[in-house]
Write a protein that binds this ligand. Structure first.
Ligand code: NAD
Length: 507
């Protein structure tokens, strides 16, 4: 066991009531220590790998389905038996304490995200860490006082006069299933609204990025007054341990971010208990560039598709160029993609780090190979960089002459891969909408009105117009079509974690 492993196993992740870790002796019945940490029933652990170096960072507990059921029981108990659901003041105070606790370990969180997610340090100053740290808890905490918990209806008269009110209540136990690409961002943007609305939660981090979630658990246990059982973290290398959340009748809602395939499976498996679902899924967003746009200023922004090695669901991975300026656009994009700083994520100038795993790297490579086979024109990259033999790297890659029927234009690649398509006249909106996805997008034009007209016709959950950024804890984020159901953040996101009750009494 390395020093890191010992640190992890001994003082690492835990929550108040339930957390699994790898040090309990095989066969021993786990019970919580004074900080709420319990061991995995099996005593097993699994490695957390640095995707940039392939080194083992440490271990976490390999939780089982039985461990998950214990966590669910703990969350259920905390919801049913404590005053968490009704005590607004306590919740606000606890979220503020957690905010402070996270800020006190900001640099450790940053280093951890760089190490376990392969997130470039520059990206931790954006959505990977700083943006969610700024408001993912603060805004929902503020909204505890401002949320319309109750509204009065006019008196009813159907069976004699009645006073009527509609009340919002917490939905109950939330199962939060988190992906590896933006682990802290996604977790924080689930946790803030879930807790603010009075729910309890079981967090299941992705097997590839467990440390940030277990750090969160430890901070909650050590530095906040969040009552035992309100927040639970279960790590596991087995995806199907997450499925326990979708099957268990004690869980009221699944809040999932990840692939569309897994989202569909969650709906299917959750149907037996009529599970409520929030699904934030894949995307294949279009960047529509009008013929009057300033190409030299606008097209470098397309390089953002390589941010964090393209492992972002909202990235604009299809660039739609007008046929009249297509050659000029491809030339600029070739320069942009040839000069994307990629490699070591600890280097502050790097935009594109490694893929999260060998599996993901191979998936991206397969997408690239298929694009070549389908006659897309490979202009930049396309393979594994020879100068980076260790780590799961793929070169920033540009495909031109892509037809929207090709797989590279239709499927989510989740790699640093950009596809360029030409459009005629007013065909850009049709091409942008010719996708099973509808998560995000961008429109660029010298005319704001023209850009807005296009933005209004794209069937997608968010659009940046001329580089505008819609992101924020107060801004609903989610997908049309196969990109999901429901919204993260905003009033819509808060409402999602509530139930609605209508009450009446004689007037
Ligand atoms: P995934 O959707 O399988 O995994 C995401 C999370 O879901 C992980 O925590 C995983 O353990 C859990 N999970 C997996 N199967 C489950 C099940 N049956 N029940 C409950 N939980 C389950 O994603 P992946 O396999 O890691 O990546 C595959 C592809 O998904 C990527 O190439 C990418 O296209 C897409 N993806 C999208 C996002 C996003 O933010 N929308 C995030 C990650 C991956």
């Amino acid at each position: 066991m390395s020093e890191t492993v010992q640190r992890r196993a001994g003082h690492g992740p835990r929550t108040r009531e339930t957390r699994t870790r790898g040090r309990s002796r095989r066969g021993r019945t786990p019970h919580a220590d004074r900080r709420g940490t319990v061991g995995a029933a099996s005593g097993a652990g699994f490695d957390n790998i640095n995707p940039a170096t392939e080194e083992v960072l440490g271990q976490v507990a390999n939780g089982s389905a039985a461990d998950m059921r214990r966590a669910i029981a703990s969350a259920r108990r905390a919801f049913d038996e404590s005053d968490w659901a009704t005590n607004h003041g306590l919740r606000k105070r606890c979220l503020e304490q957690l905010q402070e606790a996270l800020e006190s370990e900001r640099e450790q969180l940053r280093a951890e995200l760089v190490a376990e997610a392969g997130a470039p340090v520059a990206v931790t100053h954006l959505a990977q860490l700083e943006w969610p740290l700024a408001d993912a808890l603060r805004w929902p905490a503020k909204m505890i006082d401002e949320f319309p918990w109750e509204r009065e209806l006019p008196d009813g008269g159907l069976m004699g006069p009645s006073k009527r009110v509609v009340r919002k209540e917490p939905i109950g136990v939330v199962g939060a299933i988190v992906p590896w690409n933006f682990p802290f961002e996604v977790t924080a943007n689930k946790l803030g609204p879930v807790l603010a609305m009075g729910n309890t939660i079981v967090i299941k981090p992705a097997p590839d990025t467990p440390f940030n979630a277990t750090r969160l658990g430890r901070l909650i246990a050590e530095k906040t007054g969040i009552p035992p059982g309100v927040v639970n973290v279960v790590t596991s290398s087995d995806h199907l341990v997450g499925e326990e959340l979708t099957l268990d009748p004690r869980v009221d809602l699944i809040s999932f971010t990840g692939s569309t395939a897994t989202g569909k499976r969650i709906m299917e498996r959750g149907a037996a208990t009529l599970k409520k679902v929030f699904l934030e899924l894949g995307g294949k967003s279009a960047m529509v560039v009008c013929d009057d746009a300033g190409f030299a200023a606008v097209l470098p922004m397309a390089g953002a598709a390589c941010m964090h090695a393209g492992q972002g669901c909202a990235l604009q991975t299809r660039v739609l160029l007008p046929r009249s300026r297509y050659a000029e656009g491809v030339e600029i994009l070739t320069a942009v993609m040839s000069n994307i700083p990629y490699g070591d994520p600890t280097d502050p100038t790097v935009l594109s780090g490694p893929q999260i795993s060998a599996l993901q790297r191979d998936r991206v490579q397969a997408h690239n190979d298929r694009a070549v086979a389908q006659a897309a024109r490979l202009v930049v990259g396309g393979g594994r960089p020879a100068h980076l033999p260790r780590g799961f790297f793929i070169e920033p890659t540009l495909f031109a002459d892509v037809d929207n029927s090709m797989a590279i234009a239709r499927e989510e690649v989740f790699g640093p891969v950009l596809a360029v398509l030409a459009y005629e006249d007013d065909d850009a909106v049709r091409i942008a909408n010719d996708s099973v996805y509808g998560l995000s997008g961008g429109v660029f034009s010298a005319s704001h009105e023209r850009a807005m007209n296009i933005a209004n016709r794209i069937r997608t959950g968010s659009v940046g117009v001329n580089g505008g950024l819609w992101y924020g804890a107060d801004s609903p984020y989610g997908g049309y079509k196969s990109s999901g159901i429901g919204r993260q953040n905003g009033i819509e996101g808060l409402e999602q974690y509530t139930q609605t009750k209508a009450l009446a009494w004689p007037a």
